[in-house]
Design a binder for this molecule. Sequence first.
Ligand SMILES: [Zn+2]
Ligand SMILES: [Zn+2]
Length: 361
Amino acid sequence: MRAAVLEQCPGDLVIDEITLTTPEPDEVLIQTVACGLCHSDLHMIDGHLHTPVPAVLGHEAAGIVQAVGENVTDFAPGDRVVSCLSMFCGTCRECSVGSTWLCERRQSLGKRTDGTSRLRRGDEQVAQMTGLGAFAEEMLVHRNAIVRVPDELPLDVGSLLGCAVVTGVGSVINGAKLRPGSTVAVIGCGGVGLNIVQGALIAGAERIIAIDLNPEKLALAGLFGATDVINGGETDAVEAVIDLTGGGVDAAFEAIGLPATAQQAFRMIRPGRTAYLVGLPGAGATIELPGTAMLLQGRGLQGLFMGSNNFKRDIPMLANLYLQGRLKLDELVAARIDLEQVNEGYAAMRRGTEARSVIVF
Ligand SMILES: [Zn+2]
Ligand SMILES: [Zn+2]
């Protein structure tokens, strides 16, 4: 099968022929239908996050089940599925208390039971990024890395449920557990940030303030439910949020992954509230916070990984909200591209002007 391979870190992706190992009892073989381009892959392409190479990247995918291993009873060939990198074992301490997105065995579920990769090029092992490796015509994954979605869901937009949407909406409803009537600020209006905005709308936020440097993304944020937009390049975003809300927001979400914007999020919240780090920082990044304000004003900063999801519950719910017209997906897609155009898609992401490109196989 054809796949987009990262040969060096940093480096561009190269289209090459890759083979899959024979499915093990807990594995499912999927024909990939679509895969979104996520900023986390770009971190690896640009060398900001180290990853073993060669590797097949891509983790925001949807497809159709082709074959199942002998232990798999909840999927059958022909099922339409969305993948999620929050794969889980179901039995570790975190899974037992319901925090499946923190599964202690997540890393090992991304490989064969003998610890080798499911992807090969001749005799060479090729790493399967996040246990999915979805920039490929087929995926071989653990059964707890996918969930079935309704037949009516178009898979090109459905793929986005697996990362950007579950992360954004999940951060609001699972992570922050936002109450109706809250005030919210969102820093960064890319794929995840727009979904934090629409998550806040779904959760009944009274005021949703979107912040970005790009006027096109701010216009999209308005479409997704922002009540106010701030161009952080023209205005001091922290002062503007405090002015608009008479003292700060109940919850601020950072969806870029930069220490400077994480500090801004912390300074935008009212005393006793929490700012949330949702964007993935580069390797080794540290965030300095004013300790006195943190203690005397009872402020917090909390990281939220992948929207604190239980994706087998959350993704079908999000798919149904889309089918009812209550969740926007079509508007997230700026371009549908071929696998061969993956590097051009990431070049567009670096320019920061578009919402999301989706590879359609
Ligand atoms: Zn992602
Ligand atoms: Zn587990």
